[in-house]
Ligand binder design. Structure first.
Ligand SMILES: [Zn+2]
Ligand SMILES: [Zn+2]
Length: 349
């Protein structure tokens, strides 16, 4: 098999050839047909997360080198271990990458994505910038129906991340107004998925007018630029007194502050973006308005199943994706680093 691997953090990926693994026990070997490039791959490749204010979080201890990035993986089953009965060679599947230890209380209650001893594909164990990947169990594989392979792979990260956040405010937002802050990659996926999963009136906020126009064309009832004069007042008017739920796909100080200020009484805000920063808010507002603020990261295997059922039903409008050859993995990371990429890039072997 061929893999594009990190041999030294921040240095160009190296194309390395090695023997294709033979699946054992419950394992499934996928021949990769598409592998998305996520913004977090950039941090994994660099070896640190920038926490702002000159602080960096070292993330090099989470894996051994050489290492293969890529957590948005779609492929065709090539071989299965002796215990595998529910998939067979030739089946096309998307891999759920947020795999836990499978042994702890968190995994037992179905929240593998929150496990403290994770084995996530492309984060802790070798992932998708390769011709093949080993998935530890067929329960992490999902059918994706007639969706294109290039589009399908994005549901493993941006899709499930948006779904997991929206799912937390689904009840509150149904029959009410939902404010989506940030219409970039994941936020735009969120706009598509929200329309498919619940009956809600969606307001989209972004500081980029082109993104607001795209959001309007993609089904947002209202759009607002939070830097405009009286933006909060306008949202209050659009929503009849505030949004029942807010999902912040930016996660910066100003975006979170804006979102909180637009909540109706009894509302809930979910932060899913990782931009970073901080904001000031009077603590008394939490009880006075009976509101809450929480975070969300990716989603559970059960949520992945629900998302893929929605996708297969044809209710989720497709996102634009650009396909590149797998050999352009390094160039793609550099383009991401330089901010030259708009939308999702998917590598195809
Ligand atoms: Zn990702
Ligand atoms: Zn666990």
């Amino acid at each position: 098999m061929l893999s594009y691997q990190i041999t030294e953090y921040g240095k160009p990926l190296e194309a390395l050839e090695r023997a294709t693994p033979v699946p054992e026990g419950d394992e499934v070997l996928l021949k990769i047909t598409a592998s998305g490039v996520c913004h977090s791959d950039l941090h994994l490749w660099e070896g640190y997360f920038d926490l702002g204010g000159g602080r960096k979080a070292d993330i090099t201890r989470l894996r051994d080198l050489p290492f293969t990035l890529g957590h948005e993986i779609v492929g065709e089953v090539e071989a299965v271990g002796p215990n595998v009965a529910d998939v067979k060679p030739g089946d096309r599947r998307i891999a759920y990458p947020w795999i836990g230890c499978g042994d702890c209380a968190i995994c037992a209650r179905g929240d593998e994505h929150l496990c403290a001893k994770p084995a996530q594909l492309g984060v802790h164990v070798d992932g998708g910038y390769a011709s093949h990947v080993t998935v530890p169990h067929s329960r992490y594989l999902y059918d994706y129906g007639d969706v294109s392979t290039e589009l399908a792979c994005t549901y493993a990260c941006s899709g499930i991340t948006a779904f997991g956040a929206l799912n937390k405010v689904r009840e509150l937002a149904t029959g009410n107004q939902l404010l989506i802050v940030g219409a970039g990659g994941v936020g735009f996926a969120g706009l598509m998925i929200a329309q498919a999963m619940m009956d809600t009136e969606i307001v989209v906020a972004d500081i980029d007018e082109a993104k607001l126009e795209a959001a309007k064309a993609a089904g947002a009832a209202h759009v607002i630029n939070p830097t405009a004069d009286g933006a909060r007042k306008q949202v209050m008017a659009m929503t009849g007194g505030g949004a029942a739920a807010v999902v912040d796909f930016v996660g910066s100080g100003p975006s979170t502050q804006f979102g909180m200020s637009c909540l109706a009484a009894n509302g809930e805000m979910v932060v899913v973006g990782l931009f970073g920063g901080s904001f000031d808010m009077s603590v008394a507002m939490f009880p006075l308005k009976n509101i809450s603020l929480r975070g969300s990261i990716t989603g559970s295997p059960a949520e992945m199943a629900e998302l893929m059922a929605l996708v297969k039903s044809g209710k989720v409008k497709p996102l634009p994706v650009a396909a590149r050859g797998m050999g352009e993995a390094q160039q793609t990371l550099e383009d991401l680093q330089a901010g030259r990429i708009v939308g999702r890039v998917v590598l195809v072997p």
